[in-house]
Design a protein around this ligand. Structure first.
Ligand SMILES: Nc1ncnc2c1ncn2[C@@H]1O[C@H](COP(=O)(O)OP(=O)(O)OP(=O)(O)O)[C@@H](O)[C@H]1O
Ligand SMILES: [Mg+2]
Length: 250
C-alpha cells in the first residue's frame, strides 16, 4: 500500500501546490489520478519517487517511510512511464536494457515482444543494433512509448507509475501502446495519471486532485453521479475514444 498523509509541497515558498494531501493506493489495484493541467499530478509522482525531500507530512510505500530511504532505494520498487520519454544516443537494445542492466539479450527481446515493440524494431535498418536519437533514427511517439514500456517490463518493479500523454496517438499506434501497457500492468500496483476514458473506466479507484488536495474519490460511475468536480473535469480533460464513427460514452 502507498500512503500520502497530510503531504504538503511547493516549488516556491509563497504557496503550497500540494497542500495537506491525503490518499491511499491499494496493492495490486489500479488507481487513476485526474485533475486540471497544472494541478500537481506529475509533482505527486515525483514526490513518490523521492525526487524532492522538502515536503511536509508522510509518504510511505509498504511499511517504509520514504523519508528514511535513500533515493536509489525507492527507485527499486517503482517503474515510471512518463510524458516525456528520454532515449539515449545508443542502440535500441541498450536503450531497453536500461530497465535492468544485468538482463541478457534474450530477456531484452522478450520484454520488447511483450511491449509490442519487437516487430517495428526488426523493421529498422539494423534491428536491435539501430542507433536511436540525434545521431540515429527518430522514432514516433508511439514507438518511443513502447520502448519505455519495454524498459519497465524488463525492470519488473512492483509499482508502475504511468503518466498518460494528454494527446491521443493515431488509432493504430494507440492500440499497440494500450496492449503493451496491459502486459506491463499484470499483477502490479498501478498509479496512473489518466487522460483516457478507457483507462479511467478500468481503474479500481479514481482520485480527483484540486487545490493541492484529493477532493473526490470513487469509481467512474459513482463520481459521474455524485462527483461535482469530476463531472466538469470529465467534460474538459478526458479524451473519449472514437471507434469508427462512434464516440463511446459510458
Ligand atoms: N521543477 C519545477 N519548478 C518549479 N515549478 C514547477 C516545477 N515543476 C512543475 N512546476 C509547477 O507546478 C505546477 C504543477 O505542475 P505539474 O507538472 O505537477 O502539473 P500536472 O498536474 O502534472 O499538469 P499536466 O496535466 O499539464 O501535466 C505547475 O504550475 C508547474 O508550472
Ligand atoms: Mg503532468
Amino acid at each position: 500500500m502507498i500512503e500520502f498523509s497530510d503531504v504538503s509541497y511547493s516549488y516556491n515558498e509563497n504557496e503550497n501546490l500540494i497542500s495537506k494531501c491525503t490518499f491511499t493506493i491499494e496493492k495490486g489495484k489500479k488507481t487513476a489520478l485526474v485533475g486540471a493541467s497544472g494541478s500537481g499530478k506529475t509533482t505527486i509522482f515525483k514526490l513518490l519517487c523521492g525526487f524532492y525531500d522538502t515536503y511536509e507530512g508522510d509518504i510511505s510505500i509498504g511499511n517504509f517511510n520514504l523519508s528514511k530511504w535513500k533515493l536509489s532505494e525507492a527507485r527499486k520498487y517503482i517503474s515510471i512511464v512518463g510524458q516525456d520519454i528520454y532515449l539515449f544516443n545508443d542502440t535500441i537494445i541498450e536503450n531497453i536494457r536500461l530497465g535492468n542492466i544485468n538482463a541478457s539479450d534474450i530477456e531484452v527481446k522478450n520484454a520488447a515482444k511483450k511491449a509490442y515493440a519487437h516487430e517495428f524494431i526488426l523493421n529498422t535498418k539494423n534491428g536491435y543494433n539501430t542507433i536511436v536519437g540525434e545521431r540515429g533514427i527518430q522514432l514516433s511517439g508511439g514507438q518511443r512509448q513502447r520502448i519505455a514500456i519495454a524498459r519497465a517490463i524488463l525492470k519488473d518493479a512492483p509499482i508502475i507509475l504511468l503518466d498518460e500523454p494528454t494527446s491521443a496517438l493515431d488509432t493504430k499506434a494507440e492500440y499497440y501502446v494500450q496492449q503493451a501497457i496491459e502486459n506491463l500492468e499484470k499483477e502490479k500496483t498501478v498509479f496512473v495519471i489518466a487522460h483516457r476514458l478507457s483507462t479511467i473506466i478500468n481503474s479500481d479507484k479514481i482520485l480527483v486532485l484540486e487545490n493541492g488536495k484529493i477532493i473526490e474519490k470513487g469509481k467512474h460511475k459513482e463520481l459521474i453521479k455524485n462527483g461535482m468536480r469530476y463531472k466538469e473535469l470529465y467534460k474538459t480533460q478526458i479524451i473519449e475514444e472514437v471507434k469508427g464513427n462512434e464516440t463511446i460514452i459510458y
